[in-house]
Design a protein around this ligand. Structure first.
Ligand code: GRF
Length: 207
C-alpha cells in the first residue's frame, strides 16, 4: 500500500501524538502525518508537531463564536489535506456529523477505559479513571475504536487491560493506562496503514 496521509486532531499535551510521530519516524506506521489540528491554542501537542516540522492548524474553539464556525473551519482544513486516516489523539471536541459521514471508516479514537464502560459525553481524562475507581472495577484499560456519529460508540479495534489496585487514585490509574494508549493507538495506526483492518458491521477483523 502507498503511504497513507494521516491527520491527527489534538487538544492537550500530545503524548499520543508523540507516540505516533515516533512510530512514523521509525517506519512502523506506513504513513505520514500531513497535518496536526488543535482546538486549543495552548496545546503542547502543537509544539511537538512543530519540532518535527509537521504542518499545524489551530482552530481555537474559544474564539469560534458563530454557530457552526468551528465545524466549518475543521471541515475545510481537512478537505485541503484529504487524509486517508484521521486520528483523534486526546481531541476533546465533538466532530460534526457531516465530517463523520464523509470519513466513515477512516476516523479512529483512543479512549482511556474499556468501552462500553466509562465512556460517552463528559467522560474524558481523569473523569474516566475517577468513575472506574468509584465503581470499584478490578480491571480498566484503553480502547481504540472507529468513530461513528455518537460519542465513543464506534466498532472496537483494539483493547488492553490493566489491574486496578485498592490504593489507585485517578492520577495513578491514568499513569498506568497512558502508556497503553500510546501502544494501542500506534498498533491500530500500523494495522490501518497496512490495510489489515476489516470492518464488518460492529466487528473489526485483523487480517
Ligand atoms: C489522555 O489522558 C488520554 O486519556 C486522552 O487524552 C489525554 C491526553 O492525551 N485520550 P495526550 O497526552 O494529549 O495524547
Amino acid at each position: 500500500m502507498s503511504k497513507q496521509k494521516i491527520a491527527v486532531l489534538v487538544s492537550g499535551s500530545g503524548s499520543n501524538l508523540q507516540a505516533l510521530i515516533d512510530a512514523v519516524n521509525a517506519g512502523s506506521i506506513k504513513g505520514q502525518i500531513a497535518i496536526v489540528i488543535s482546538d486549543s491554542l495552548d496545546a503542547y501537542a502543537l509544539q511537538r508537531a512543530e519540532k518535527q516540522v509537521i504542518p499545524t492548524i489551530c482552530i481555537d474553539k474559544k474564539a469560534c463564536k458563530a454557530e457552526g464556525e468551528f465545524d466549518a473551519l475543521l471541515m475545510n482544513s481537512l478537505a485541503a489535506v484529504k487524509p486517508d486516516l484521521i486520528i483523534l489523539a486526546g481531541f476533546l471536541s465533538i466532530l460534526p456529523c457531516e465530517l463523520v459521514a464523509e470519513y466513515k471508516g477512516k476516523i479512529i479514537n483512543i479512549h482511556p477505559s474499556l468501552i462500553p464502560a466509562f465512556c460517552g459525553k463528559g467522560f474524558y481524562g481523569e473523569k474516566v479513571h475517577r468513575a472506574a475507581i468509584e465503581y470499584g472495577v478490578k480491571v480498566s484499560g484503553a480502547t481504540v475504536h472507529y468513530v461513528d456519529e455518537n460519542t465513543d460508540t464506534g466498532p472496537i479495534i483494539l483493547q488492553k487491560t490493566v489491574e486496578v489496585s485498592e490504593d489507585d487514585t485517578p492520577a495513578t490509574l491514568a499513569k498506568k493506562i497512558l502508556p497503553m494508549e500510546h501502544s494501542l493507538l500506534v498498533k491500530a495506526a500500523e494495522l490501518y496503514c497496512d490495510g489489515r483492518l476489516e470492518l464488518d458491521g460492529r466487528k473489526v477483523r485483523i487480517l
